[in-house]
Design a protein around this ligand. Structure first.
Ligand SMILES: *Cc1c(COP(=O)(O)O)cnc(C)c1O
Length: 413
């Protein structure tokens, strides 16, 4: 293969049909942002929208805005928009709470439907909150349930007819490997189990077709590829066919059949409203909606194509320019098996990432040794990929990462 040059990347940018989206986002000068898989950048329209919600709807119209500004309906309205991005129907998705809380509700609801079974299959190396929430739920239920932790290669074999729920994340947060959602879902159904899919690293990055694969429950994040802002509300999906059976334990008044009757006793609401709990963060919801609206206009297949190509080129550039520096490529090489990130491992990964961040290349570090680089096709250019690897190579060749300041640990990595 002939060596890659910066010109190759510039040429791809010139032909990139997604390129116009970049100007819709605020990208700080001198920054190559490769952490959109952790916190997406801010759409330029968000600031104006938040001003409107606060200075007009809240300050001026006050409580009337629950009706006049459609605040009350925001979780459903934005849920319907996200449904279009993940292959769900209107009325199957609601935006509410956090991913952690939605996992609690989804797994609880699935366990209620499968009340004659006790095993929950999970991937041990999944993002910790998925495990912790499930462990908390099992402890709360009195430990008659059991979590069967497996790793990727053991998932299919772990699904037998004792399993109530298979709860997995599509794209692994550390390595970027993808699950075969379709095969796992059908195996689960063959064995009489239900699935809970965590789409945190898929939504807005990968075409997902929940109804085509007959998914049961799903949850996902608003602040990663949807660019909803720090701590943006998350979403939860329940397939239509389950909606009249689902019950979740956080039966706050927003999930009541008629919240404004203020009755003493709980009466379960209709459809996806059952997954709501209480009053929602309206300012955050409206900020999230700006990101979702941009994503809904973009062609998710084009996003995926660009992301795969960027990942392939990132790996090729690292191999070309950093070959002598002891990096291992942790993410799968076949682009189809990868999410929208490339992870490298290096024993000095923490210091190297700190040095990169100081040079304007923002990725992140995941203990013990992983450097993650997120690829967000709506605002990352091909040439950014080249320049990021160029800077990485410079940091390695000149031993810049060895400066003691880069080894000082900060709270959030
Ligand atoms: C980002 C992420 C979460 C985040 O959960 P929060 O409740 O928002 O903190 C959960 N699970 C996975 C797999 C994630 O990638």
């Amino acid at each position: 293969m002939t060596a890659l040059t910066r010109e190759d990347f510039l040429k791809l940018d010139r032909g990139d049909q997604l390129a116009p989206f970049r100007k819709e986002f605020y990208i700080p000068k001198g920054v190559i942002y490769m952490d959109g898989n952790s916190l997406g950048v801010m759409p330029k329209a968000t600031a104006a929208r938040v001003r409107e919600v606060t200075e007009v709807d809240w300050a001026h119209h006050l409580i009337k805005s629950w009706n006049t500004a459609d605040w009350f309906n925001a979780p459903r309205r934005i849920g319907d928009k996200i449904a279009g991005i993940i292959g769900a129907e209107k009325g199957e998705v609601v935006v509410t709470d956090s991913t952690s809380i939605n996992l609690f509700k989804a797994i609880s609801a699935a366990l209620v439907i499968k009340s004659d079974r006790s095993v929950i299959v999970m991937e041990g190396s999944n993002f910790p909150t998925d495990n912790y929430i499930t462990q908390g739920l099992v402890a709360f239920l009195g430990r008659q349930h059991k979590i069967r932790f497996v790793e990727k290669d053991g998932i299919m074999d772990a699904i037998d007819n004792s399993v109530a729920v298979v709860s997995l994340t599509d794209v692994h947060y550390k390595t970027g490997h993808r699950q075969n959602m379709k095969a796992i879902t059908s195996k689960a159904h063959q064995q009489g189990a239900l699935t809970v899919w965590d789409l945190c690293h898929s939504t807005g990055a990968i075409p997902i077709d929940l109804n085509e694969i007959r998914a049961d429950f799903a949850v996902g994040c608003g602040y990663k590829y949807l660019n909803g802002g720090p701590g943006a509300p998350a979403f939860i999906f329940v397939a239509k066919r389950h909606q009249d059976k689902v019950k979740q334990p956080l039966t706050g008044w927003w999930s009541h059949r008629s919240p404004f009757d203020f009755t003493r006793d709980y009466e379960i609401g209709e459809g996806i409203n059952r997954m709501l709990c209480g009053t929602q963060p309206i300012v955050s919801l409206c900020a999230l909606e700006v990101g979702v609206d941009i994503m809904a206009r973009a062609d998710i297949h084009k996003i995926r194509e660009k992301s795969k190509r960027m990942g392939d080129l990132f790996i090729a550039a690292v191999e070309q320019k950093c070959n002598d520096n002891d990096f291992d490529i942790v993410s799968p090489r076949p682009a189809d098996q990868r999410g929208s990130q490339v992870s490298l491992s290096h024993e000095n990964g923490y210091a190297i990432m700190q040095a990169l961040i100081e040079r304007g290349v923002i990725g992140d570090f995941r203990a013990p040794d992983i450097l993650r680089f997120g690829l967000t096709p709506l605002y990352l250019r091909y040439v950014d990929v080249w320049d990021a690897v160029d800077i990485l190579s410079d940091i390695m060749v000149k031993d810049i990462w060895k400066a003691p300041k880069y080894s000082v640990r900060v709270a959030v990595t």
